[in-house]
Design a protein around this ligand. Structure first.
Ligand code: HEM
Ligand code: HEM
Length: 216
């Protein structure tokens, strides 16, 4: 395992470069979906009618059916392709942990957060998608009843920050890897991404508070 786990010291093969493209494209697809998804689920802040209205409109366009097919495909393709970067052997994990502590290198720490959040999102995201895809439609009454029952508030309290961390670190890493974020731009990019991350996470948590307390 390389010292800086965020970069790969070995010369990438053609297959590796191809897989990196798929990883990036599926990651971007999921980021776009999550942006859209957060806007949709946050409409509950304006009341049950707002969520039902937005969801109903998307259903008339059959976007819900499309999401039920494409999002799981994107999610599991991204998982299969990106999981090759996760160190599953304990000696590899220890080496990264040692390097991260030793180097105090921000990007190495960000990568550790990216890998750990990924494994939890895999499990929680799969459970969440399965539950929602099996609902007849997105309705405020169904969602509030679910969030207010059997530990779902804690489930989302964990999922909300982890997904947003994974999204924003992912966007940052794409920017650095593909050259949009140059060394000179890095401090500014980190500042902007941190502020937007804070705002989006706050929005999702406010929405979660509404799901957890609203009576429909
Ligand atoms: C909504 C869910 C998800 C979103 C929005 C998302 C987004 C992203 C993005 C944008 C990247 C950067 C891509 C790149 O560097 O080329 C990334 C990287 C990564 N993702 Fe995800 N992802 C999600 C779910 C998952 C899941 C379930 C896993 C499970 C294994 C995962 C594992 C990883 C890993 C390990 C990386 C880093 C790969 C590397 O070091 O190059 N992601 N993700
Ligand atoms: C077909 C795919 C999906 C559908 C139909 C869907 C639908 C929903 C709905 C209706 C809610 C409101 C709460 C509830 O009813 O349980 C919700 C919340 C949430 N979903 Fe999804 N979702 C999908 C995919 C995903 C994925 C892939 C992720 C990330 C792994 C995700 C993360 C979340 C989070 C974090 C919340 C809490 C929202 C907040 O507090 O603002 N969802 N989703």
């Amino acid at each position: 395992m390389s010292v800086d786990a965020t970069m790969h010291v070995a010369r990438p093969s053609r297959r590796d470069a191809y897989l990196d493209w798929i990883q990036m494209l599926t990651g971007v697809g999921l980021v776009l979906f999550m942006a859209f998804h957060t806007l949709l689920t946050s409409s509950i802040i304006f009341g049950a009618g707002a969520l039902d209205g937005v969801a109903g409109f998307l259903e008339t366009l059959h976007l819900d059916t499309l999401a039920h097919i494409f999002v799981p495909v994107l999610f599991f393709t991204h998982f299969v392709v990106a999981a090759r970067k996760i160190p599953f052997r304990s000696d590899e994990q220890l080496a990264i942990w040692r390097d991260a502590k030793l180097l105090r290198h921000r990007d190495t720490w960000l990568w550790v957060v990216q890998a750990v959040s990924a494994m939890i999102i895999l499990v929680l995201g799969a459970i969440h998608m399965w539950t929602n895809i099996n609902d007849d439609a997105i309705l405020a009454a169904t969602s509030t009843a679910r969030v207010q029952s059997g530990g779902w508030t804690f489930f989302y309290l964990l999922l909300v920050p982890l997904v947003q961390l994974h999204v924003f670190i992912g966007v940052y890493r794409i920017g650095v890897k593909w050259g949009f974020i140059t060394d000179a731009l890095r401090p500014k990019a980190v500042k902007i991404l941190t502020i937007v991350f804070g705002c989006v996470t706050a929005l999702a948590l406010i929405a979660l508070a509404r799901y957890a307390t609203m009576t429909v």
